[in-house]
Design a protein around this ligand. Sequence first.
Ligand code: ZN
Length: 222
Amino acid sequence: MSQALVVLSGGQDSTTCLYWALRQFGNGQVEAVTFDYGQRHRLELDCAARVAAQAGVPQTVLPINTLAALGGNALTETGIPVQDGVDVQTGLPNTFVPGRNLIFLTFAAALAYPRGIHHLVTGVAQTDYSGYPDCRQATIQALEQAIQLGMAYDLTIHAPLMFKSKADTVRMADELGALPALADTHTCYNGVRPPCGECPACRLRARGFAEAGIADPLLAVP
Ligand code: ZN
């Protein structure tokens, strides 16, 4: 029986968290869950599968098509281009998918429960990011408590990147031996591979690697 379940999106952060969990809980003790939420960039799902396979971690893919049905954001709706900056009304980028992390972690907990897994791992962070309110420490703590109460189950949510800058996360990936796996990750909001290098997600990723003084293995992929 596994000890930890990692929410694996196929991105840089959740991949780093997968390797953190393997270090923390040991080989054979970690599983991954990936959500197919109707993301425009199906490439993410391929990346998640490759990362899990490379790490030797069993992966469950759960469909949640409700988020795409809700619409209104640039990650699930093709008619909405990713914009720089924030929406004047919400103060958030239009890549914010309302409720996404709350739903992911709740479903992850629902998957952990019957498997007797007591640790969830998520790559959310409140530093250096887009200000998504569901990535904050206070949100994660409150959700952990809600899940413990609502499922009457002892469950801890780990967010090892919570207070790390992007550069710190890159250094951590290096230290954990996760850099080769980062070649298989997907970050670009425009959903292209090799990445566009222009969108907010590409620029944030590039800045993190530059500040850490480490070459991004994704850019070395032919
Ligand atoms: Zn991009």
